[in-house]
Design a protein around this ligand. Structure first.
Ligand code: ZN
Length: 220
């Protein structure tokens, strides 16, 4: 008689500079993978407190963390906050061995088959830093996952010959919109127009003959 050991569910890791980037860039894909039974982990590097100069930092942190946790609950992923300082991610990563160890531990524990991270073409310095940190971590992994980049803001040129990766999010696009509604504090200063979300999802969907899609590029 053969004993069938229950195989571990596939795990996915999404790295996000700020509390809402993972939802904007990959929310539909996260929800889809979670619905398929995959384990999806998100790491948010900073609370983004600089954007609310009139509020006390800890107030913003608490608010942002709560919003991101609510959004994660909607999408079905597990989210960790690193509490780094905006515009100093790379410097802090290079200086803090504990931070490097923590991220490596997380990767070793979760063993993702796919990592989603920011694009190097993204104009935001924190997004660029997360991209660089992803590459540094990748170098240290004994078992190499696939690495994909997502874009938060359009237009990101992606003048690239990298292979594109489309995910059909027809069934989870509404979940992504619902998760974005969990960020009321962002609405004051970032207006990410809903029509733009629809435009992108429809445009990406057309490529794969689906109603809605999300697209990425594979870099590693
Ligand atoms: Zn961001």
């Amino acid at each position: 008689m053969t004993l069938h050991r229950k195989s571990r569910p596939e795990s996915i890791l999404v790295l996000s500079a700020h509390s809402d980037d993972f939802v904007l860039g990959a929310g539909g894909t996260i929800a889809r993978y979670a619905q398929e039974g995959k384990k999806v982990y998100c790491v948010v590097f900073s609370y983004g407190e600089k954007s609310h100069p009139w509020l006390k930092e800890h107030v913003v942190q608490k608010m942002r963390a709560q919003e991101a946790f609510n959004a994660s609950k909607v999408l079905g992923c597990k989210t960790t906050f690193l509490d780094l300082t905006e515009f100093k991610f790379r410097q802090q990563y290079d200086e803090r061995k504990d931070l490097q160890a923590l991220l490596l531990r997380l990767l070793e524990k979760t063993k993702p088959t796919k990592i989603f991270t920011h694009s190097p073409e993204d104009p935001h310095p924190d997004h660029k830093a997360v991209h660089e940190i992803t590459r540094l971590l990748y170098e240290q992994l004994p078992r190499k996952p696939e690495v994909y980049i997502y874009s938060v803001w359009n237009p990101v040129s992606f003048r690239t010959t990298l292979p594109a990766f489309y995910v059909n999010i027809s069934k989870t696009f509404s979940t992504k919109l619902k998760a974005l509604k969990m960020f009321p504090s962002q609405r004051i200063h970032i207006i990410y127009p809903v029509f733009l979300l629809f435009y992108r999802a429809i445009k990406d969907g057309i490529k794969i003959k689906a109603r809605f899609g999300e697209h990425f590029f594979r870099i590693l």
